[in-house]
Design a protein around this ligand. Structure first.
Ligand code: TRP
Length: 330
C-alpha cells in the first residue's frame, strides 16, 4: 500500500505500564506498515510535563524500549529511539512554538484535563506539550501518524502548524495524516467498557498489562464488567462482551461469527475464562522476551544509541532546512 518514501511515526510516553491496548492496538498498527520508513519514539520529554521520580523515568524508558522489542518491533527494520537523545526535538519545538498561538494551545482538551488533574503543577511544558509533539512528527517529514483517537486534536494542531509554516516560508514541512485504527479494534476498560483501557487508570482491574502474570490476567478477565445476559455477540448495551470479543479476536485472529459459534450457549463464565487464558498465552512470549531484554542492559543501550544516530540523521536535515528558511545563520 505504501511505498519506500512514505514515513510513519508514532510514540509512547514511558509513564506507565503498557496495556494490551498498547500492544494489540498501537504497536500492532505500527507493524502494519512494513514498507514505510518507520520511526517509533519513547517520548520521555513528554513524560516530564508531570512530575516523575527520576529513577522511575529512567527504568520506564528502558522498559518501554524493551517492550517495543518484545512486541516484535525490529530495530534493523525501523528506527526505535528515545526522544531526549535526539536534541533536534527540543530545538524544533522552540522554533515551532513561535508559530503556534496561545489561543490554539488553550483549546487543547488534554491540557484542560491534565491541568485539572495536576492543579498544583500547571507548568509551561504541560501547555506547550502539543508543540513538542508537532516537532516529533514534523522533524521526520512524517506522512502517517498511527495514534489513538485521544490524540486527534494534537495531530490536527501539528497539521495546522505545518501548513502555517509552509504558508509563510514556502514548502518545508510535510503535512501529516492521522491513522486512527479502524473502529471496533479499540480496547476498552474492563471495569467501564465505554472508556478506553488506559495505562494510567487508577483502578488496576480496569487494564490488562502486558507484563501481568497469567493468574492476574485470568482474574481480571473473570471480573470484567458485562451485561446481565448470556449471549456472546455484539449489540446494544453489550459493550463489555464486545470488548472481550475484540480482545479475544485480536489474539486468535477469529471473526465475530466464529467466536459466537464457538461459545454459543456456553455462557459468560466460560467465555471470560477462555479470554483470560488466550490473552495470557498470547502475552507469554512477549513477557518472556521483555524479561530477556531487560536483563541485557548493554543491548538496550546499543539499540538506543543506534536509534538515536539514525533518527538524528533525518532530524538534522529538516531542522537545518527550517532554520535556513527562518533566517538563522547556519
Ligand atoms: N502524546 C502522545 C500520547 O500521549 C505521545 C506522543 C508524543 C506522540 N509524541 C508523539 C504520538 C508523536 C504520536 C506522534 O499518546
Amino acid at each position: 500500500m505504501l511505498d519506500q518514501q512514505q514515513v510513519v511515526l508514532s510514540a509512547v510516553q514511558p509513564s506507565g505500564n503498557l496495556t494490551v491496548g498498547n500492544s494489540l492496538g498501537a504497536i500492532k498498527n505500527f507493524s502494519a506498515f512494513p514498507d514505510a520508513r518507520r520511526f517509533f519514539c519513547v517520548a520521555d520529554l513528554h513524560a516530564v510535563t508531570v512530575r516523575q521520580v527520576p529513577a522511575d523515568l529512567r527504568r520506564r524508558t528502558y522498559e518501554t524500549l524493551a517492550l517495543y522489542l518484545a512486541c516484535g518491533l525490529d530495530p534493523s527494520a525501523c528506527v526505535l529511539f528515545v526522544q531526549s537523545q535526539v536534541p533536534a526535538h527540543a530545538e524544533l519545538a522552540w522554533l515551532l512554538g513561535c508559530h503556534t498561538m496561545f489561543g490554539e494551545l488553550s483549546r487543547m482538551t488534554q491540557f484542560k484535563d491534565k491541568s485539572q488533574k495536576h492543579a498544583d503543577n500547571i507548568n509551561a511544558g504541560l501547555f506547550t506539550y502539543p508543540v513538542l509533539m508537532a516537532a516529533d512528527i514534523l522533524l521526520y517529514q512524517t506522512d502517517l501518524v498511527p495514534v489513538g483517537a485521544d490524540q486527534k486534536q494534537h495531530l490536527e494542531l501539528a497539521r495546522n502548524i505545518a501548513q502555517r509554516f509552509n504558508g509563510v516560508f514556502g514548502d518545508t514541512l510535510t503535512v501529516p495524516e492521522g491513522y486512527i485504527p479502524p473502529t471496533g479494534r479499540k480496547i476498552m476498560s474492563l471495569s467501564d467498557p465505554t472508556a478506553k483501557m488506559s495505562k494510567s487508570d487508577p483502578n488496576p482491574n480496569a487494564s490488562l498489562f502486558i507484563l501481568d502474570e497469567p493468574d492476574v490476567i485470568l482474574r481480571k478477565c473473570k471480573r470484567a464488567v458485562t451485561d446481565s445476559g448470556n449471549e456472546i455477540r455484539r449489540g446494544e448495551g453489550k459493550e463489555g462482551i464486545e470488548n472481550l470479543m475484540t480482545i479475544y479476536e485480536c489474539c486468535t485472529g477469529q471473526s465475530d461469527e466464529e467466536v459466537a459459534a464457538l461459545f454459543d450457549g456456553r455462557g459468560y463464565g466460560v467465555f471470560k475464562e477462555a479470554v483470560g487464558e488466550t490473552v495470557a498465552e498470547h502475552l507469554r512470549p512477549v513477557r518472556e522476551a521483555f524479561h530477556r531484554y531487560m536483563g541485557d542492559r548493554a543491548y538496550l543501550d546499543e539499540c538506543m544509541k543506534k536509534g538515536a544516530e539514525e533518527a538524528a540523521y533525518y532530524a538534522r536535515k529538516t531542522l537545518s532546512k527550517v532554520k535556513r528558511k527562518m533566517g538563522f545563520v547556519g
